[in-house]
Design a protein around this ligand. Structure first.
Ligand code: C2O
Ligand code: CU
Length: 466
């Protein structure tokens, strides 16, 4: 069975057509009134932010290379959605693509029926059709959105979702949203062809000197939709403090990010505040976000995002004064400096410690030869939880590749920070805990678009209490 068929089957299972034996409690489906009740209990500000997103095919200029691809509204990245915590987002997706699509809101603990995962939480949005997502964005943070359909994440369908904290001091003069992306669509291939090739020929790891290589050679690395030879410029004044919100929207690339001549103070991971820590560089896996504060010096400084274990980098330019523009392949010394690890990050509001009620071991399985990836050897596993439980997930990586593992609808506590996406290195075990407080059916999967589509996904399913 192809993963698509398997996933359709999984959808049918979870949606209650099958899969509930006498010994097992029924699952809380996205349509369950409990999902609506949980949303109502979130309260909210009563403010509504209405937007229309048109998913469309067309030409995009990456700053030289012109590609035919799929985007939201013909721009890359898509327009950011910015709201205050507790606001209701009303986002109408109009599908002008030649394929089914969906929008997944990556990070916020939103209502399950708006999570955008066909066929698990909704039916796919057909070409020519539209669907309106309506949900409260409960918690401040740096989030983003993208389709949860096939390999569409590796096209141009992504944009930031910024939820502001009305109570935050805002101790900075400017804010830049920096979206990193590995690009191949419309360069003589597309993501579906790439996946078909990986399946047919098997993949080969591209590691170089790094443990964080990828499976696919992306010809371009973009910052906010621009190739390194035509970088975007961020302008500011010397001495200003800037908050940078870094988002890795790539499909198969971890980025090592540094701003020449500066240290960065990390303030948030995956939207959640941490005790501030200084670093020279950050390594950001697919789906991860970091917020940093930087006090700007006087001059012209490259902001570089090197593709780990690959060749190439994304580039943007920070300009506060006179100076010549950096060359496209500039590699600031900070890239070889200190990289902050998860173990150095501490959530300012950690999850209170408590004995787990349930422990699920998720073995990450598979390999490059047949290009089949899985969780516990399958692509349709179901991990059952119940509302009110403290849940512990243990990601055990038995493969030779690294995997950025993402859980929908929750943030989890690692040993230190709270996140929704965590890098698990080959041979490593990463444990995380969270409270089951958002009923529904939630994906847990690798955020490598090709691994996920080749089967590295499972469902965390709330069951009804009897
Ligand atoms: Cu950003 Cu299930 O994904
Ligand atoms: Cu993976």
């Amino acid at each position: 069975m192809s993963p698509f068929t398997r996933r359709a089957f999984l959808g049918a299972t979870v949606l209650g057509i099958a899969g509930c034996t006498a010994a097992e409690n029924p699952l809380v489906l996205p349509t369950d009134p409990l999902v609506e009740r949980t949303e109502t209990a979130r309260g909210g500000t009563g403010r509504t932010r209405a937007v229309t997103l048109t998913a469309t095919e067309g030409q995009i200029d990456l700053g030289g290379p012109v590609v035919r691809t799929w985007t939201y509204d013909g721009v890359l990245p898509g327009r950011e959605i910015r709201v205050g915590a507790g606001d209701l987002i009303e986002a109408r997706l109009v599908n002008r693509l030649p394929a089914d699509t969906s929008v997944h809101w990556h990070g916020p603990a939103l209502r399950n029926d708006m999570d955008g995962v066909p066929p698990l939480t909704q039916a796919a949005i057909r070409p020519g059709a539209d669907f309106t997502y309506r949900f409260i964005a409960p918690t401040p943070g740096t989030y983003w959105f993208h389709p949860h359909t096939g390999t569409q994440l590796d096209r141009g369908l992504y944009a930031p979702l910024i939820v502001e904290d009305p109570a935050e001091p805002g101790a900075y003069d400017a804010e830049w949203v920096v979206v990193l992306d590995d690009w191949l669509d419309g360069t003589g291939t597309d993501p579906d062809q790439v996946l078909a090739g990986l399946r047919k020929r098997g993949g080969h790891m591209m590691h170089g000197a790094s443990a964080l290589g990828g499976d696919v050679a992306h010809p371009h690395h973009l910052i906010n939709g621009r190739v390194a030879s035509a970088p975007l410029t961020f302008a500011a004044k010397p001495g200003q403090r800037v908050r940078m919100r870094l988002i890795n929207a790539g499909a198969d690339t971890a980025y090592r990010v540094a701003l020449a001549g500066h240290r960065m103070t990390v303030t948030h991971t995956d939207g959640v505040p941490v005790v501030p820590v200084d670093t020279d560089a950050l390594v950001i896996g697919m789906g991860e976000r970091y917020d940093v504060l930087v006090t700007l010096a006087d001059g012209v400084f490259p902001l570089v995002a090197v593709a780990e274990g690959k060749s190439g980098a994304g580039l943007a330019v920070v300009r506060t004064g006179a100076g010549t523009a950096p060359v496209p392949d500039v590699r600031p010394a900070e890239l070889r400096g200190k990289v902050v690890g998860y173990d150095e990050l501490k959530a300012t509001t950690p999850l209170p410690s408590r004995k787990p009620d349930v422990v699920h071991r998720l073995e990450l399985t598979g390999g490059m030869m047949s290009y089949e990836w899985g969780i516990n050897g399958r692509s349709d596993g179901l991990q059952r939880v119940r509302s009110g439980q403290r849940v512990r997930l243990e990601f055990v990586n038995t493969t030779m590749m690294w995997h950025p593992m993402h859980l929908h609808g929750h943030t989890f506590q690692l040993n230190g920070p709270r996140k929704d996406t965590a890098v698990v290195l080959p041979g490593q075990t990463v444990a995380c805990e969270f409270d089951a407080d958002n009923p529904g059916q939630w994906m847990v999967h690798c955020h490598n678009a090709y691994h996920a589509e080749a089967g590295m996904m499972a469902v965390l399913g709330y069951e009804e209490q009897r």
